[in-house]
Write a protein that binds this ligand. Structure first.
Ligand code: XLS
Ligand code: NI
Ligand code: NI
Length: 433
């Protein structure tokens, strides 16, 4: 045991009336909702990078968080792992996620970095065995080091492409070894700052080939987890290639990978793309590529990825409504890709941030389940499209312009506009919150 979280108890469910800050008021892991315990609906994961590797910097100032494991030795990395697994247990999160860079000291060479990663992977394996905490996903950080400043797969320099491919292989190996349920690719610096120096055609082809290689390696290794792309429209580059769900789908189709790769949708990225989170979730469901979510919230005024912990229950309800309509998570889960504010210095801030986030998600999911089970929203939606279930409606889909034209003339078709009843539905949603 380290003493980082000294005095902080394991968080228990105490119910909505509890006034204890260190308790769940909505997240009761074993409560059964729509035939499944909440913990299996939500599949919470903590993100190693924000909680244990981020020092609190912003564009105007450096580190504010001082952690005893901030150093570049294996001993530091092991202390970090000890603290991380203590947090997972205090919170009762069943999963975690990591990048190579978050968990191991960088070596002087590629070989040394890989060796350090393997050392920590073995250390993790032991801790996962001891605690029962599992890996939701692993990924490679192909964006922080200066070698990636012009992209990883999309770099103009083939040596960077090679270095990136080799790094992805080591991170997929780590994920597979730890039984990770997904492997994530977020496009990091896969984008451009200016078209004046960018060959977009080449960069797209390079990104496509890298993704094909990932899928080939997955099959070669017999890996059963899911490969997930995480869309984001901008930041760090001005224009990121994986802009949003629709853009990623077009890219997957282009390379014939739409049956192989799904998406990891992040709330803040959806906002940056000018969408709502539920829009991205619903579209991924309709396209058959819904995989997992990165749960955070963006400041609506900022214009960048503020990665705050979620605390808005009505937003969560609409998001989990779409997750439930997608049939829930299969390999995916709810990963808190969220960080503290840089003034939140204390160990307890880290715990309370997650407690609030988990509670907001649980309350949202319960409201979403009630909406679905009551069926009023779906009944209203069905009623709106009922005409399409009639014989005439169905026939239209297999008819042609000229026949439809003749039919409209013969029948004297004269559509009568109907209310969309939006306010009524919005009022209905509020009854569940
Ligand atoms: C950055 C992304 C990143 C991915 C993993 O904005 O959200 O944290 O989730 O590389
Ligand atoms: Ni993310
Ligand atoms: Ni993000």
């Amino acid at each position: 045991m380290t003493d980082f979280f000294k005095g902080i108890p394991a968080i228990q469910y105490e119910g909505p009336d509890s006034t204890n800050d260190f308790a769940f008021r909505h997240y009761n892991p074993d409560e059964v909702v729509m035939g499944k315990p909440l913990k299996d609906h939500l599949r919470f994961a903590a993100a190693y990078w924000h909680s244990f590797a981020w020092p609190g910097g912003d564009p105007f100032g450096g580190a504010t968080l001082e952690r005893p494991w901030f150093g570049d030795t294996i001993a530091d990395a092991k202390l970090k792992a000890d603290v991380a697994f203590e947090m997972f247990q205090i919170l009762g999160v069943p999963y975690f996620c990591f990048h190579d860079e978050d968990v191991r000291p960088a070596g002087a060479t590629f070989a040394e970095s890989t060796k350090n990663l393997e050392t920590i992977v073995d250390y993790f394996a032991q801790k996962m065995d001891d605690t029962g905490v599992k890996l939701l996903w692993g990924t490679a950080n192909l964006f922080s080091h200066r070698r990636f400043m012009s992209g990883a797969a999309t770099n103009p320099d083939p040596d960077v492409f090679a270095y990136s491919a080799a790094t992805i292989k080591t991170c997929m190996d780590a994920t597979i070894k730890l039984g990770g349920e997904n492997y994530v690719l977020w496009g990091g610096r896969e984008g451009y700052e200016t078209l004046l120096n960018t060959d977009m055609g080449r960069e797209r082809a390079q990104a496509g080939r890298m993704l094909e290689m990932v899928v080939e390696y997955k099959h070669k290794m017999g890996y059963k987890g899911a490969i997930l792309i995480e869309p984001k429209p901008q930041e760090p580059t001005k224009h990121q290639y994986d802009y949003d769900v629709a853009t990623v789908y077009g890219f997957l189709k282009d390379f014939g990978l739409e049956g192989e790769v799904q998406v990891n949708i992040e709330q803040g990225h959806a906002i940056l793309a000018g969408h709502s989170f539920e829009h991205e979730l619903a579209l991924a469901r309709e396209l058959g590529i819904f995989g997992s979510i990165d749960m955070n919230r963006n400041d609506y005024q900022s214009g960048w990825d503020t990665d705050q912990f979620p605390n808005n229950v009505p937003e969560m309800a609409l998001a989990f409504y779409e997750v439930l309509r997608a049939g829930g998570f299969k390999t995916g889960g709810t990963n808190f890709d969220a960080k503290l504010r840089r003034q939140s210095l204390d160990a307890e801030d880290l715990i309370l941030a997650h407690v609030g986030g988990m509670d907001a998600c649980a309350a949202g999911l319960k409201a979403a389940a009630a909406m679905l089970e009551d069926g009023k929203l779906e009944a209203a939606r069905d009623a709106r499209y009922a005409g399409w279930d009639s014989a005439d409606g169905k026939a239209l889909m297999t008819s042609d312009l000229a026949s439809i034209h003749d039919q409209v003339l013969a029948n004297g078709t004269d559509p009568k506009p109907q209310s969309g009843r939006q306010e009524r539905l919005e009022n209905l949603v509020n009854r569940y919150l």
